[in-house]
Design a protein around this ligand. Structure first.
Ligand code: HMG
Ligand code: MG
Length: 286
């Protein structure tokens, strides 16, 4: 049987959070509903973050209430603090994600908190979620490069944040090349440090494709045993607080790349292509 690699679909959240046009909730709902028929196990739908910080996600509750949930699909949301977690619970998110950074400057820019402060803020969120039976995923951003430090991010710093999120009970930790400047060599070095803290089967690669190396970085990660990759249909995305961050690697590109290597993804390529067209049309329909 072919080796299974899962793509965690990020399009509705990471894909749309950075768009200039305020995309109406019904368009987002239509995208999620289409994605729900593509064979994904997990879809990141939206973020319960401050609408002042990310206006694109201000309709999180409306989107969550409007989607048609397919049994077996986990609908995930980002929660930066208890306020976000409480809203995510009301919205019946199947799982939540807490999102930290290996870069101090990005942590300040994205969360208005130092890394230590952000982790202290995430601890009660994770505790409450686990008590409620809600799985918690963790992110570490800027795992190799940062636009702020102007230099590579030390792998030990990534490993330290991974360990903190692991200790909070995250079932999986996604490693973010937020600005898409990683190389396979840097990913490999970073993974050497991270794999001391968390096994490959509990790690995911979240690679933006700014420099066009995301597929190479996925291959480097596959070689180290990772089997989950985040991607967004149409290659949309980027973080508004990370200068230079462009789109996530495109789901349709990753799916084709994996299939060509003989991996099974369980995805319907026609539906993914249709969703990619829909997502790209949202961007231009200004
Ligand atoms: P703050 O301003 O320090 O928050 O922001 P605060 O606690 O002082 O509250 C200020 C105001 O925000 C208050 O409202 C709160 O009610 C409100 P006011 O009294 O002024 O009217 N507020 C909220 N409203 C709704 N939902 C909430 C919430 N929390 C506070 N949850 C905060 C701190 C963390 C809230 C802010 O910095 C924030 O929302 N940051 C999120 C930024 C973000 O979403 N970035 C993109 C996602 S991360 C990413 O893309 C990277 C990733 O893809 C991986 C990778 O690529 O590396 C995951
Ligand atoms: Mg991202």
């Amino acid at each position: 049987m072919a080796d299974f690699v899962e793509i965690f679909e990020m399009g509705p959240r990471d894909g749309l959070q950075n768009e200039k046009r305020l995309i109406p909730a019904d368009e987002k709902i239509a995208l999620v509903d289409l994605l729900s028929t593509a064979g994904f196990r997990r879809i990141e739908v939206t973020s319960f973050v401050s609408p002042k910080w990310v206006p694109q996600m201000a309709d999180a509750a409306q989107v969550m209430a409007g989607i048609h949930r397919v049994p077996g699909v986990s609908y995930a949301v980002l929660t930066p603090n208890m306020q976000g977690y409480q809203a995510a619970r009301v919205a019946k998110a199947n799982e939540i994600a807490i999102f930290a950074s290996a870069s101090e400057a990005f942590s300040k820019a994205n969360l208005n908190a130092t890394i230590a402060e952000s982790l202290a803020r995430f601890a009660p969120v994770a505790k409450a979620a686990l008590a409620d039976g809600v799985p918690v995923r963790g992110y570490v951003s800027m795992v190799t490069d940062s636009p702020f430090e102007g230099d590579v991010v030390a792998p030990e710093n990534v490993a330290r944040v991974v360990a903190a999120l692991r200790d909070m009970g995250c079932y999986e930790i996604s490693l973010g090349d937020t600005i898409g400047q990683a190389t396979p060599e840097k990913i490999d070095t970073m993974l050497t440090a991270v794999l001391d803290q968390m096994p490959a089967e509990k790690l995911a690669g979240h690679y933006h494709d700014t420099a066009g190396r995301a597929l190479l970085n996925i291959d480097a990660s596959l070689a180290r045993g990772l089997r989950v990759f985040d991607a967004a249909v149409g290659g949309l995305g980027g973080c508004p607080y990370a200068p230079g961050a462009k789109g996530n690697v495109a789901t349709e590109t990753v799916a084709a790349h994996l299939a060509a290597q003989g991996y099974e993804t369980g995805l319907n390529m026609d539906v993914i292509q249709e969703a990619a067209n829909m997502a790209r049309a949202m961007r231009v329909a200004a």
